[in-house]
Design a protein around this ligand. Structure first.
Ligand SMILES: Cc1cc2nc3c(=O)[nH]c(=O)nc-3n(C[C@H](O)[C@H](O)[C@H](O)COP(=O)(O)OP(=O)(O)OC[C@H]3O[C@@H](n4cnc5c(N)ncnc54)[C@H](O)[C@@H]3O)c2cc1C
Length: 407
């Protein structure tokens, strides 16, 4: 196991770090200010487009396209880049590497027809449009995807879709043009063949954005999270992704990659937090000495560093296994990283908030927003308990002979 970068990846990493320092971190406040200047926060601040143009100019665009999808980076190399982007909530979009677009683009790259690629993948890759993913439903436990109730049926050359979805991240973005919707196409089929995925342009009659859902009070504008009702929505049959009944399989493929991206960003958020903590502790004086000179604060720094390195190693191990053997073979490591990385982030960010005192829970520093983001990661793309269940199942299966011998 070695995580040495190729010269190509090393060069990108160096330039990405410089970009973060020069363009992203100094513009975080400006982005929020521009968002607040508008009548509605559901508009794209001009600085975002400026930053995207600069990223394109510097060839720091679509870095998520790894070798598996025809790119030049391995996933373990991308892990080191994605982590850097994860230091700022603003950054992934600037490099066209943000969820849910990356997952949707990967689905289209892997399962899309040439017509679907031309219509939706190309503009997504260029950053001209954005997309959302509608799987979760308010009325059923959606961590078990076989529960979903939304349905579609074939009517001539069209499919008719009826579903109530929520937590469709990105749907409120002004330029979000298309949703990948997962619904049941055959309720009588085998449990994992009942679901299909279909592309639904958001301007199709019957698509109703009911409301946005805040996260701990954050609206997450301008992309947001929406409750969407699909009421007798008709789309051409050619919008089906793969075959009827492929939905579950595509969801598994989509989430495998998506989960590890979340983990990489969570490690980046942890790095940002520990740097902020150290910066603050090195300046702030209480009861006669700098915070950084107090044993409890040093302990907080040391604990954070240990946890970050442990969490990072799991992310790299999972990424390396995906590179070598594919997402299915890596599912235990992915599940382990998916539990570990958000935990690390929450612990480290919480310590940083504590060291900042009142400022830590304000909007003056990004810690509160990072914490809210990291907390959602224990739920999105499968709650912790589901991953723990899967890890235990695999562990029991793999170690069963040993258990028998010791009886
Ligand atoms: C900020 C945010 C963004 C999101 N973005 C998207 C998106 O873009 N598209 C989309 O489709 N969805 C999205 N989601 C939804 C997310 O993926 C779901 O919330 C998640 O899969 C859990 O489903 P659920 O909310 O229905 O929880 P449920 O399935 O009802 O589970 C609730 C709880 O039950 C417990 N539980 C579940 N299964 C087990 C088990 N086997 N053993 C023990 N306990 C268990 C867990 O504690 C779990 O948290 C997003 C959610 C959030 C918060």
């Amino acid at each position: 196991m070695h995580y040495k970068l190729s010269d190509y990846a090393e060069d990108i990493k160096k330039r990405l770090k410089q970009f973060m320092k020069e363009f992203i971190l100094p513009n975080e406040k400006k982005y929020e200010e521009q968002l607040n200047e508008t009548n509605t926060r559901w508009t794209v601040p001009p600085i975002m487009e400026e930053l995207k143009n600069e990223a394109k100019k510097q060839d720091l665009w679509n870095l998520f396209i790894t070798k598996r999808y025809g790119g030049e980076l391995s996933l373990v190399e991308y892990a080191q880049l994605c982590e850097i982007m994860g230091q700022s909530l603003l950054a992934p979009e600037v490099f066209n590497c943000s969820a849910p677009d990356t997952g949707n683009m990967e689905v289209l790259m892997e399962f899309g027809t040439s017509e679907q690629k031309k219509q939706w993948l190309d503009p997504l890759l260029e950053g001209k449009i954005r997309s959302c993913f509608s799987m979760t439903e308010p009325s059923v436990a959606s961590s078990d995807a076989t529960n979903i109730q939304g349905e579609m049926y074939r009517d001539g050359d069209e499919y008719v879709i009826n579903a109530r979805k929520w937590w469709s991240t990105g749907a409120l973005y002004p330029n979000c043009k298309v949703a990948i919707v997962m619904v049941k196409s055959d309720t009588k089929a085998e449990k994992h063949r009942q679901q299909s995925m279909i592309l639904v342009p958001l301007d199709t009659p019957g698509v109703e954005i009911k409301r946005f859902l805040p996260v701990f009070g954050y609206d997450d504008a301008p992309h947001g999270h929406a409750e969407i009702h699909y009421n007798n929505v008709r789309v051409p049959a050619s919008n089906l992704i793969g075959e009827e009944g492929d939905g579950f399989k595509i969801a598994q493929a989509r989430l495998g990659g998506g989960r590890i991206h979340h983990c990489m960003r969570a490690i980046g958020a942890s790095e940002r937090a520990v740097h902020l903590l150290i910066e603050r502790a090195s300046q702030r004086v209480a009861f006669g000495t700098k915070l950084a000179d107090k044993a409890v604060i040093r302990e907080a720094i040391a604990e954070s560093r240990i946890e970050i390195e442990q969490g990072r190693q799991l992310v790299y191990l999972a990424a390396e296994k995906i590179d070598d053997e594919g997402a299915k073979a890596a599912r235990k490591l992915i599940a382990m990283a998916k539990i570990s990385a958000p935990r690390v982030a929450l612990n480290v960010i919480d310590r940083a908030i504590q060291v900042f005192g009142g400022a830590g829970v304000s909007d003056d520093v990004p810690l509160a927003a990072l914490w809210a983001y990291a907390r959602t990661l224990r739920i999105v793309d499968g709650p912790d308990q589901v991953h723990l269940k899967d890890i235990a199942k695999l562990e029991l299966r793999e170690n069963m002979p040993m258990v028998t011998i010791t009886k």
